[in-house]
Design a protein around this ligand. Structure first.
Ligand SMILES: [Zn+2]
Ligand SMILES: [Zn+2]
Length: 142
C-alpha cells in the first residue's frame, strides 16, 4: 500500500514527508525504544526507501546500535526515525521506520502487532488482540 503522510517534532523545527510503499506498522516494547523515548512503548511504521524526506530542519543522529541509528529533533527531543544501516529487513529492501505519533494525523496508520514483548513493562496493560512476539517477530515477506 502506498502512503502519503506528513509529520514532525513537538517544536516544529523538524518536518518530514512520506510518499512510499508501506511495509507494516507495529508496537515495539524493546528497551532501546523505551530508553530513547522515555515512554513504555513506541509505535512505528516501516516504509520502503526512498520515500521519507525531511522537508524542514535536520535531525540529530544517535547511533543506538551497530545495526541502526535513531534520529530526533535537537531542540525538543522528539524521536522521529529509526534507520537500519543495511537493507537486511523486508527481503533485502532498504527500509526506514518513523514514529506513528509524530504524524500530523496519528490515526492514519494503526499498529498491526507487538514485538519485543519480553521487555514489555508489566504495568502497561494493552487490551488489543494484535499478535504478540517476544522478539523481533517473524520475517517480513519480500
Ligand atoms: Zn523539535
Ligand atoms: Zn524498539
Amino acid at each position: 500500500m502506498r502512503v502519503v503522510l506528513t509529520g514532525g517534532c513537538l517544536c516544529g523545527a523538524v518536518r518530514y514527508r512520506v510518499d512510499a510503499e508501506l511495509v507494516d506498522a507495529g508496537y515495539c516494547h524493546c528497551r532501546q525504544c523505551q530508553r530513547s523515548s522515555g515512554a513504555p512503548v513506541l509505535a512505528w511504521a516501516t516504509i520502503v526507501q526512498p520515500g521519507f524526506v525531511y522537508t524542514s530542519g535536520a535531525p540529530v543522529v544517535f547511533h543506538s546500535s551497530v545495526a541502526a541509528q535513531r534520529e530526533h529533533c535537537a531542540a525538543c527531543g522528539t524521536q522521529l526515525v529509526f534507520r537500519p544501516r543495511q537493507a537486511a529487513s523486508a527481503g533485502g529492501r532498504a527500509t526506514l521506520d518513523f514514529t506513528l505519533a509524530s504524524l500530523d494525523e496519528p490515526a492514519a496508520l494503526a499498529p498491526q502487532y507487538h514485538i519485543w514483548t519480553m521487555s514489555q513493562i508489566p504495568w502497561l496493560a494493552m487490551g488489543d488482540s494484535l499478535s504478540r512476539h517476544e522478539d523481533e517477530g517473524p520475517d517480513i515477506p519480500a
